[in-house]
Write a protein that binds this ligand. Structure first.
Ligand code: F6P
Length: 532
């Protein structure tokens, strides 16, 4: 990858944006609407089944132009092309970043390398199709010859959040006779209470782990093996029809005792937090069927093509990314909120927390220097209308700037007209109130709504598998653009290593005394002497 020397805060656009940020306090979003009569039409883009309205942002057309100039001065185009070409853009792990190849069609592959990759992905996804269809049709049987009624996906981080989000989000299409459960936390109460409700004869465990080394996942898998032994008297080899591995590390899964034919592989170049499109998504394919799983991939591919080809000022991921940069780096926002007005997308904020904060929670540049500007914001959220009765008070009258993404589906087959109108009316009412504000009545300063609170609104036609895929890919690319503009590596996660190491050292009695800080040592002793 031949990138030019680049530091975002040394660009002309950055300096111009700093000057514009000084002026921005003089204007409100409401004023901008008054002076730009076509603002709502102009600041809206549509791709596939998703519309983004970004007119309720605290940006003038001058700010937008400078944000686009910042993109022009960056290495975004080079980085984007290098990612899609399969270069090792994850430099600290010397790895390509090719989750988009999981949703590519044969016609997207031009070079011999791309064609080979396409064939590999097809073989791996064919395996997902074959296994998911066998389970869905009742053809996959447990050790006593019964069909599967319950899947327990054991995995954490990307091996949990994506499949869990998709299975919940696409519940409209769920198989009527198969329930999917997700166990991620090493907190034993989770797996033990879940298993206690299930019939081992009809339960299948999918052990989802890219590395097949993750402590939480392997301990939970061991507990599941013990459960089959206690309940059905099965040795670990005999319980094998109840286990499938989803991994990029075949050898570790084999050593763990999973039969080769029950290991569904994916490639090393799929990052954990980008892996729902791979065999890690088996639970999704079991739940909604492989055809709909393919629709999800098709929606993501549509977003990939849009991201690769649309001009930057019409490019949905680029627009959302630069707006985030405006708030983070120029208006000093510390966090951003995602508020889906759809209870089935309850897990979207958690999913995006990993995607965004594990990707862009970095402070070292691609050249290994400390950054001299803020990077990824704290992402949080909850569904509306529930959030309205919890934290919206702070959004309306608190002292902090929190840009928001409102997300909803225009149509919902699982709801009815009355509920859905009220739900969407609430979303639009909130975004409008946050932007417009209201003066305080006489002698009631506590009823003052400052307004001028920015938001995006994303409207899907419906929460179809295709639109869901496009929505997730939109955020993947948004995070990529921001990482590129901040000149950081969005694809490693070294920050999570130290805590893991310390936990392991602490659990190892030999090391637990010597190296611990006094506070941790005291707490550890307290636990030891008080545990029953
Ligand atoms: O939290 C670190 C991490 O490596 C994530 O990036 C990943 O999704 C998760 O752990 C689980 O890893 P694995 O799929 O290898 O078990």
């Amino acid at each position: 990858m031949k990138s030019k020397q680049y530091s975002p805060n040394e660009t002309v656009a950055w300096r111009n944006l700093e000057a514009l940020a000084q002026d921005s306090t003089k204007t409100t979003i409401a004023d901008l609407f008054k002076s730009e009569t076509d603002r709502a039409e102009k600041m809206s883009v549509e791709i596939g089944g998703i519309v983004l309205d970004f007119s309720k942002n605290l940006v003038s057309q001058d700010v937008l132009s400078e944000l686009m100039a910042l993109v022009d001065e960056s290495n975004l185009e080079t980085h984007r092309d290098a990612m899609f070409a399969g270069e090792s853009i994850n430099s600290t792990e010397d790895r390509a970043v090719l989750h988009a190849a999981l949703r590519a069609e044969p016609e997207d592959a031009n070079t011999p390398q791309e064609k080979e990759r396409n064939r590999l992905v097809k073989t791996q996804l064919d395996h997902v199709r074959e296994v998911s269809e066998k389970i869905r049709s009742g053809g996959w049987q447990g050790s006593t010859g019964k069909s599967i009624t319950d899947i327990v996906n054991i995995g954490i981080g990307g091996s949990d959040l994506g499949p869990k989000l998709a299975c919940n989000g696409l519940a409209e299409f769920a198989h009527p006779d198969i329930d999917i459960h997700f166990i991620s936390n090493v907190d034993g109460a989770e797996i033990l209470t879940t298993l206690a409700k299930l019939n081992p004869e009809t339960t299948l465990i999918t052990v989802a782990s890219k590395t097949f080394t993750t402590q939480e996942t392997l301990l939970n898998a061991k507990t599941a093996i013990n459960w089959f032994e206690t309940k059905l008297g099965l040795s670990s080899a005999q319980s094998s029809p109840h286990f499938i591995a989803l991994t990029a590390n075949r050898d570790n899964a084999v050593s763990y005792g999973i039969p080769e034919s029950q290991i569904l592989e994916f490639a090393e170049w799929v990052g954990g937090r980008y892996s729902l499109w791979s065999s890690i998504g088996l639970s999704i394919a079991i739940s909604i069927g492989f055809e709909r799983f393919s629709d999800m991939l098709a929606g993501a591919r549509e977003m990939d093509l849009h991201f690769r080809t649309a001009p930057i000022d019409q490019n949905m991921p680029v627009i959302m990314a630069v707006l985030g940069i405006w708030y983070t780096n120029f208006l000093n926002a510390q966090s951003s909120a995602v508020i889906p007005y759809c209870e089935r997308l309850l897990l979207l904020p958690s999913y995006l927390q990993q995607l965004d904060m594990e990707s862009n929670g970095k402070s070292t540049t691609l050249e290994g220097e400390p950054v001299s500007y803020n990077t990824g914001p704290i992402l949080w959220g909850q569904t509306g209308t529930n959030g309205q009765h919890a934290f919206f008070q702070l959004l309306h009258q608190g002292t902090r700037l929190v840009p928001i993404d409102f997300i909803a589906a225009v149509n919902d087959n699982l709801s009815n007209k009355e509920h859905h109108r009220v739900l969407l009316g609430n979303m639009l009412g909130q975004s409008s109130a946050l932007m417009m504000g209201q003066p305080a009545p006489k002698n009631q300063p506590y009823r003052f709504y400052e307004g001028n609170k920015p938001s995006n609104t994303l409207l899907m036609n419906s929460l179809s598998a295709k639109n869901f895929g496009a929505l997730v890919a939109l955020y993947e690319h948004k995070v990529f653009v921001q990482g590129s503009l901040w000149n950081i590596n969005s694809f490693d996660q070294w920050g999570v290593e130290l805590g893991k190491k310390m936990a392991n050292e602490l659990l190892d009695a030999e090391h637990s005394d010597g190296n611990l800080d006094p506070s941790t040592k005291r707490l550890f002793n307290h636990i030891d002497s008080n545990s029953l």
